[in-house]
Write a protein that binds this ligand. Structure first.
Ligand code: SAH
Length: 373
């Protein structure tokens, strides 16, 4: 671990004698000087890909982004959208957006599109610039999601994201049913070593969300872990406001589940799971997205939350089988083998097919392809 990052964390911990998980992750992932996403900009390290820390759907196969492109195309057709904002949150190397735009620009030449990308890493921004320069669309970048709303001109807005929400910082709370008390998971520093600990919360410190979730404790274990991200909640709320004001829909593809229970946070270093404290500042951290929380926020904003699909079902419903047959017709044996191996990774249960979920929410009047309430 970098000396500078260590000293910085030590200073931050010094004040209160601990940091909670969300604050700790915020520093080690996002700090402008020392955070993982920002320091990777200054090394030759790669974030995404076989040589990087993790690999994602769009980097595995072009089928992934193309089928999302078809979904966007049908959404525009169903709703007679002529001039849209297409927002991507956390576009990585720009591959997903590029595959989506290839489909849109071929199939609907009259559709006007303004692209908006939320990306705070300058290195990834330069990848995205390079990948997208072949298209003739105007592209705007943002580092802050709360600035997006000012540039949308009341045009229908479609927001897509893949593996974005799973990397946002979370907190963990523990509910001790038998004693009816809550603790918060914290990180302490003892003899220059970080370790997890718990802090007992006073009644007024317990987040309302934790109280609501444990109102009916019959089915809960004695030591129930609750994961909650204030940041994810505020981002989703902002997206809802954007859709309410401009019309449109949101599509999330992410590692996910439909409850907040259990510890799901993991550290990934060079494509391998690693111990939480082993590569601070050099590894990525992610957790399963709680779609139940997202559903509550969406419905609180009077938008329609559609039932989750697994990534496998989404891709099958979007016609991945006939698309792969078409592509295979004009490919060499080697290319065909590559297509098939990408297909397997995307939809097989053992790999990404089930743990990845696809969620759509939209304004109530919008006609959404393939999803059901
Ligand atoms: N969607 C891409 C990359 C996923 S990695 C793919 O599928 O390949 C997560 C991406 O989100 C990276 O581009 C990272 O720099 C960006 N990111 C993460 N948190 C962010 C935040 N709070 N604001 C802006 N960008 C963020």
């Amino acid at each position: 671990m970098q000396r500078n990052l260590f000293n910085y964390l030590k200073k931050k911990i010094g004040k209160d004698k601990y940091l909670d998980l969300e604050k700790f992750l915020n520093v080690i992932l996002y700090d402008k000087k020392y955070g993982f996403y920002n320091t990777i900009d200054k090394t030759n390290g790669e974030l995404i890909g076989n040589k990087g820390h993790f690999i994602t759907g769009p980097e595995i196969s072009q089928l992934f982004g193309e089928l999302i492109g078809v979904w966007v195309l049908e959404l525009c057709k169903n709703n007679k959208f002529k001039n849209i904002n297409l927002i991507e949150l956390g576009p990585g190397k720009g591959t997903l957006m590029s595959d989506v735009l290839r489909v849109l620009s071929r199939q609907n030449k009259s559709l006007k599109i303004t692209i908006h990308l939320l990306e705070f890493s300058d290195k990834l921004k330069s990848f995205q610039t390079e990948t997208l320069k072949k298209f003739n669309f105007s592209v705007l970048w943002y580092k802050d999601i709360f600035k997006l709303k000012y540039k949308l001109n009341n045009n229908p807005t479609i927001i897509i994201s893949n593996e974005f929400f799973d990397c946002l910082p979370i907190n963990q709370f523990k509910f001790y049913k038998s004693k009816n008390i809550f603790t918060k998971v914290i990180i302490k520093l003892n003899e220059n070593k970080f370790s997890f600990d718990e802090k007992l919360l006073k009644d007024q410190e317990v987040p309302i969300i934790c109280k609501n979730l444990t109102n009916n404790p019959d089915n809960l274990k004695d030591e129930t872990i609750i994961e909650y991200s204030g940041l994810i909640s505020s981002y989703v709320d902002e997206i809802c406001k954007i859709i309410l004001n401009n019309n449109g829909a949101n599509l999330i593809i992410d590692y996910g589940k439909e409850n907040p229970f259990g510890s799901t946070i993991q550290s990934v270093y060079k494509n391998q799971k690693s111990n939480f404290f082993d590569h601070i500042g050099q590894s990525d951290y992610s957790s399963l997205v709680d779609f139940k929380n997202i559903k509550n926020i969406v419905e609180g904003n009077n938008l329609l939350f559609y039932s989750l699909k697994t990534q496998k079902d989404f891709l099958l419903d979007m016609g991945i089988n006939s698309r792969i047959e078409n592509l295979s017709l004009n490919s060499t044996i080697l290319e065909r083998r590559e297509l098939m191996s990408g297909y397997e990774r995307l939809i097989s249960k053992r790999q990404m097919g089930e743990i990845f979920k696809v969620n759509c929410f939209a304004k109530k009047n919008v006609v959404v392809p393939i999803f059901k309430v």
